[in-house]
Design a binder for this molecule. Structure first.
Ligand code: 4AD
Ligand code: MG
Length: 476
């Protein structure tokens, strides 16, 4: 007899056949009804144990989170909310779970509590739903780009460069911490290190992606990236996953179009393939928001919000327009913003959220940022002051995408690197793309966890990655 997954079993609705199911006990009522879950769906399978079938000591071992192998017959269910159940003929306990010490109860736990129990939280309905949606979105990323003929590139995790030039890298070294070899001036001598130079974990695969795009035309990366940003917020991780497409012969307009199409494709895919889980999460969110004062609750439910995003164009504005909107906003006049609003100064998340949540009430693409607040590789606009950058801001999230058209003109690029003290001799390989058949090209990075937040309606980024890494926290 072959094992059948519970999702499949519940979907089939046929009765009479003998099946084997395996999973973990969620609840056990009246020494008779086991709610069994195997992670394929939040819907538990009801397993009915006939009175007298199991002896007293065995019944006692059927506790929350014990693992079982059940053989039985599929029968029509009398209970409400389920069409079928399994009448057990054999119940084998594969692993006991001591009810006295098992930390999760079959009741609702707070997300904070579950973060402390991150190694077991997959066994809850909320995290079951989140991680099945996350899986689907990851699959949809590959499906989207594969269908468009993009080549998936694996860019390196260990690099010698700082793609964003922001100095937020985790160093990788095998040198002894207490006795590192030194140069004459007292600095550490990385020539003695594993790679014979100083290296770090990647902050972005973009630069290597550009090398590949100037051969394959259209590529994407999808991998872990690392940032030693000391921001302990609900939107930042030290280790997060990023999707970075890079396209030759694209300008900033093409780049925006692709990003918008991509985000909508991911949402559509989850809506089509994870309906049940999204409805569960929508319900959860509504319950959660009942605790909030009326004006803090969302105007739309999760499903409605996703439909709305699918059915409407993203707003497209320039940075200059964004600053004007902010300066003329009631929030600004009432001094509601904590941070300065001024042309040339980077927008803070309170400003971004004002634009998307209060002003436009939909995703917004902001272009034409001042060059001083953006990375060295972005293409300078005709005005000499702004660059062809684009950030996509999403309601409830803030920045979800950062991208740009790249500076393909060698002279402009090297001049900009000089101004920012980025050593051109160490970036010779990058500059070669501009020396040999340079082309207009563009790309962007979508923060995968921020996308998962958006689709699931969760509000803390620690709840959409299995093992979150944040300042002062990396449990396992
Ligand atoms: O805007 P960022 O820094 O852009 C880049 O890294 C470019 N190289 C992308 C490109 O053009 N190929 O990061 C891109 C996105 C952000 O919009 C955000 O969604 C996410 O990555 N992100 C983070 N997500 C979680 N935690 C962090 N600390 C993040 N930093 C950026
Ligand atoms: Mg950014």
């Amino acid at each position: 007899n072959k094992r059948v997954k519970i999702k499949e079993l519940l979907a089939s609705e046929t009765t009479g056949q003998e099946v084997v199911v395996m999973g973990w006990v969620r609840t056990f009522r009246n020494n008779q009804f086991i709610a069994l879950n195997d992670g394929s769906t939040n819907n538990n399978l009801q397993v009915v144990v006939e009175l007298g079938m199991l002896d007293e000591p065995t019944l006692k071992r059927i506790t929350t989170s014990a693992s079982l192998k059940v053989t039985g017959q599929v029968v029509a269910s009398q209970g409400k909310g389920q069409k079928i159940e399994v009448k057990a003929t054999l119940v084998e306990i594969l692993g006991d779970s001591d009810a006295e010490v098992y930390p999760l109860q079959p009741k609702k736990h707070s997300l904070e509590f579950l973060r402390e129990k991150a190694h077991l939280r997959f066994r809850t309905n909320t995290f079951g739903a989140i991680f099945r949606v996350r899986h689907s979105l990851a699959f949809a990323v590959h499906k989207f780009f594969h269908e468009k003929g993009f080549v998936y590139m694996h860019t390196p995790i260990i690099t010698a460069s700082d793609a964003e030039g922001a100095g937020e890298m985790f160093r990788v070294t095998t040198l002894p911490m207490d006795n590192a070899p030194k140069n004459e001036d007292g600095s550490i001598d990385f020539k003695e290190d594993f790679f014979g130079r100083s290296t770090n974990l990647t902050v972005s695969g973009q630069l290597e992606g550009e090398l590949a795009a100037t051969a394959f035309s259209e590529i994407y990366t999808f991998g872990p990236t690392f940032r030693a940003e000391n921001s302990n917020t609900a939107r930042h991780l030290a280790e997060f996953w990023m999707i970075e497409p890079e396209m030759a012969f694209y300008d900033i307009e093409d780049n925006m179009n692709l990003a918008e199409e991509f985000i909508k494709y991911l949402i559509r895919f989850a809506m089509d393939n994870n309906r049940e889980d999204l409805e569960f999460l929508a319900q959860r969110l509504t319950e959660e928001e009942k605790q909030l004062p009326q004006d803090k609750r969302s105007e739309m439910g999760l499903i409605e919000k996703l439909e709305f995003v699918l059915n409407n164009d993203f707003e497209r504005i320039t940075y200059t327009e964004a600053i004007d909107i902010l300066l003329n906003s009631p929030a600004y006049k009432k001094k509601k913003f904590q941070y300065e609003v001024k042309w040339g100064v980077d927008m803070q998340s309170e400003h971004e959220r004002y634009l998307v949540e209060k002003h436009f009430k939909k995703p917004v693409i902001v272009t034409g940022y001042p060059k001083a607040i953006k990375s060295f590789y972005m293409r300078e606009n005709e005005d000499g002051k702004t660059v062809a950058a684009m950030d996509i801001l999403a309601p409830g999230i803030g920045e979800i995408v950062g991208g740009s058209q790249r500076e393909e003109r060698l002279d402009k690029l090297t001049k900009r690197m000089e101004e920012l003290h980025i050593p051109a001799d160490e970036m010779w390989w990058y500059l070669d793309t501009r020396r040999f058949g340079t082309v207009p090209h563009a790309g962007f990075g979508l923060g995968f966890e921020r996308m998962v937040l958006f689709v699931t309606g969760m509000t803390n980024i620690r709840d959409v990655i299995a093992f979150p890494r944040t300042p002062k926290s990396a449990e396992f």
